[in-house]
Design a protein around this ligand. Structure first.
Ligand code: BJW
Length: 241
């Protein structure tokens, strides 16, 4: 961290008008809620090769394995053991009390931001509790297992795989363009376009992670530690003026 803490800069702006805040979250924010990250040891892909499960080609080649992968994760997300943690709750509190728009752009396919109370969450990589028809693009909420013959066939997980366009691109551009502050929580910064947001956003960035990432150098400030501890402390520093 260099210079004075970013939170005091932002608080100074409160004398005029509070700035909109854009927040990018990744799987690290949900790790303490009992959901696996992607690339760490024991991560989601530890037992699978990425290209076996997270591409349209893999789905065409071996649909059964891909359906099973997401069915297992959907069941886990719906289990009693998984719930929002203090970081999700702090972001919902920020949205409730910050006097300017707070937009969460999440790479996560879980629903923990919504369950914590955040609204208007942008799920750029899709949602585990939805399925999409490959012919019509119709999207449905879906809490059961999904297979090749579900609802007569043609339904796939509503997930953005490698090589597919991310969702809600225009809303993301608008949130980044207008943000006076950018928070980036629990992502390794290895998957684009999300990894490039810190270089596109109008305002300064703050990174929250347990360690350094490939994009750490682009942030004005870094908070190191578990998100459930660092994010509530940061939010407190913004809200207590
Ligand atoms: C904690 C913590 C705690 C742990 N507290 N922190 C430019 C350059 C090079 C390549 C590309 C490029 N632009 C596009 C590409 C190609 C590609 C890409 O990025 N490839 C890379 C491998 C280089 N991107 C795409 O294909 C994207 N599409 C696209 O660009 O389309 C263009 C297009 C336009 C028009 C038409 C057609 C195409 C799509 C990307 C989709 C990504 N989808 C996935 C899988 C979804 C399926 C699933 O859920 O199974 O989304 S990839 C996977 O990675 C998942 C995640 O959302 C994403 C990010 O992972 P994340 O969250 O960062 O997880 P980890 O595990 O890597 O990191 C966890 C972090 O948390 C670590 O840093 C920990 O330290 C930290 N942590 N505990 C705080 N308690």
């Amino acid at each position: 961290m260099s210079g004075k803490p970013i939170s005091s800069d932002v608080i100074e702006q409160m004398g005029g008008e509070a700035c909109p805040i854009a927040i990018l979250t990744g799987s690290g924010i949900s790790a303490e809620s009992g959901l696996s990250t992607f690339r760490g040891s024991g991560g989601l892909w530890a037992g699978h090769r990425v290209e076996d499960v997270a591409t349209p080609e893999a789905f065409a080649r071996e649909p059964g394995m891909v359906y099973d992968f997401y069915n297992t994760r959907r069941r886990n997300l719906l289990s009693e053991d998984v719930a929002p943690n203090a970081a999700h709750l702090a972001l919902a509190r920020l949205e409730a009390f910050w006097p300017a728009p707070v937009t969460i752009i999440t790479q996560n396919v879980d629903n923990l931001h919504e369950r914590a109370g955040s609204s208007g969450v942008i799920h750029m990589h899709g949602e585990l509790l939805k399925i999409r028809h490959v012919g019509t693009d119709e999207v449905r909420v879906w809490h059961d297992d999904c297979h090749a013959n579900t609802l007569g066939g043609g339904w796939r997980p509503h997930i953005v795989w490698f090589g597919e366009a991310v969702l809600e691109g225009e809303a993301i551009v608008e949130a980044l363009r207008s943000a006076g502050l950018f928070l980036c929580i629990g992502t390794a910064g290895q998957v684009y376009p999300a990894a490039g947001f810190v270089r596109e956003v109008a305002g300064p960035g703050v990174e929250f992670n347990v360690g350094r990432t490939e994009i750490s150098d682009f942030f004005r400030e870094r908070w190191t530690g578990p998100a459930s501890e660092t994010v509530p402390r940061f939010v407190d520093s913004l809200l207590i003026v």
